[in-house]
Design a protein around this ligand. Sequence first.
Ligand code: PMV
Length: 326
Amino acid sequence: MNSVLVSAPSNIALIKYMGKIEGSGNKPTNGSLSYTLENLKTFVRLTAIEGAQDQWKALVREDLEPLNLSEKGQQRFLKHLQTLKDKWGIQKSFLVESANNFPSDCGLASSASSFAALTLAAAEMFQAMNPQPWGTDKKTLSELSRQGSGSSCRSLFSPWVLWQHEYAEPMGLEMKDMHHIVVVVEDSKKEVSSSEAHKLVTTSPKFVGRPERAEIRLKDLVHALRFNDWHMARQIVWDEFIDMHRLFETSTPAFSYMTDGSKAVLEDCQKFWNRWQDGPLVTMDAGANVHMLFRNDQKKSFAEYREHFAKSFKVLAFEGVKSDVH
Ligand code: PMV
């Protein structure tokens, strides 16, 4: 096998991974829960090459968005490849090509899908070269992916995923085929990367008790989702991203991803919810954009939210298996 092409999806956390145990290879200070975004994908092609050094370049394909990885980003990616080569005892050099099927200027982080795709591509290639007993075990691959980027360990499973310690696991909830909107209020590169945010939040006085607060919410959210208590789930998910953003704002130095645009979108979401007593799960990552997840039976409100926000912002809307960008 000279070349493999593999894709992996992104995911959005509803209980956030924010804060890691130092020197642990991205082990989190609290468990997290995510929904896998099947339509937002990174593609990675791995090709064996002659020469002493691994290389990265953008994967060029008509249906994919050209990716522009910084020098630092490329090095981080190739370092993960080296970790995977060491794990399988592979000596050869490789060309890694990658690209996303979603625009890179829309403020959506792609580290989860990229690192998951690289891990899966390497596993397929290396397993053929030097088979290992654990080589196709999803939990082991999730654990390996975590070492490249924490949140990527959740992208190995679908749709609802729990990550508590070394690796992530699927949750087996009945609710499937959620609809997903991203209201893009900011599409420039963020000033504080999530790697830096993980370090900075530990300086916040609010980080005391943060792992405990997140663990309680995690337990409550699992319960709410299992029992279809959408009202409760929505409140927990809201409190959770606000808690994470408060950590950012009280760190030393303090920083914030919330813009006036984010605040306006959140205010509208509150108004809609109060009017209908129903609506999406709303969350924000380490960025200014607002993510919303709708149940399948909320198709009408999905369309209404989408139309409403599209008047002022770019809205990415992902319905079922088909995806389209507005
Ligand atoms: O995997 P990282 O290091 O990019 O961290 C991701 C952090 C958040 O996206 C803010 C939260 C999460 O759980 O995905």
